[in-house]
Design a protein around this ligand. Structure first.
Ligand code: SAM
Length: 172
């Protein structure tokens, strides 16, 4: 099955720690297989791995990557999420479904070469908001919501419940 990979560029460990953690967790929850972050950040790696260990799945995180060569060498579709891009509803049918996809999100201003390297520059609305919101909406639409409740075979599984909290724990 084609994989969805996330590339987060412009990460500043002190300033962006919560946002990038939430970019990673939202990506994982909504069906991505991995996140690559341009700045090395051991704490971020540890936090995201700890969630994956408890809640399951095979989500990978790697920080300190060279984003330029990663984009250049990537064999698949590169999607860049930006408020300047084409409309998400018009872009979605143009994305190949039989190839891996790398989705790029920024933190601050994104360099022009990302716009050039992308196969698709896509907006999630034409207002400025957040990389977390943009990714979550894009992934949910691209996958038709199929990953929201998919089984991750974790040590901990939350069982949907109208009231209260139901959690199943696997004892090893
Ligand atoms: N001012 C920055 C720029 O001009 O590139 C954007 C900063 S924004 C806080 C961080 C990231 O959120 C962007 O790089 C983009 O990936 C994402 N983003 C924000 N609003 C978006 C929108 N309407 N559609 C798609 N992505 C968006």
């Amino acid at each position: 099955m084609p994989r969805i990979l996330i590339l987060r560029i412009g990460h500043r460990p002190q300033r962006d720690k919560r946002v990038t953690t939430h970019v990673a967790l939202s990506s994982r929850a909504l069906g991505a297989s991995a996140i690559y972050v341009d700045t090395e950040d051991g704490v971020l790696e540890e936090n995201v791995r700890s969630v994956t260990e408890r809640f399951g799945g095979d989500f990978e995180i790697k920080t300190g990557v060279q984003w330029k060569s990663m984009l250049k060498d990537f064999d698949g579709e590169v999607v860049h999420l930006t408020m300047y891009g084409q409309r998400i509803d018009e872009a979605l049918p143009k994305i190949a479904r039989d190839k891996d996809m790398m989705i790029v999100v920024g933190a601050e201003k994104v360099p022009p070469e990302v716009y050039r390297a992308a196969d698709h520059n896509i907006s999630v609305g034409n207002q400025p908001h957040s990389e977390i919101a943009a990714l979550a909406i894009f992934l949910d639409r691209f996958t038709d919501g199929k990953n929201l409740y998919s089984d991750r075979d974790g040590l901990v599984t939350v069982i949907p419940n109208e009231r209260g909290k139901t959690v199943a724990e696997k004892h090893t």
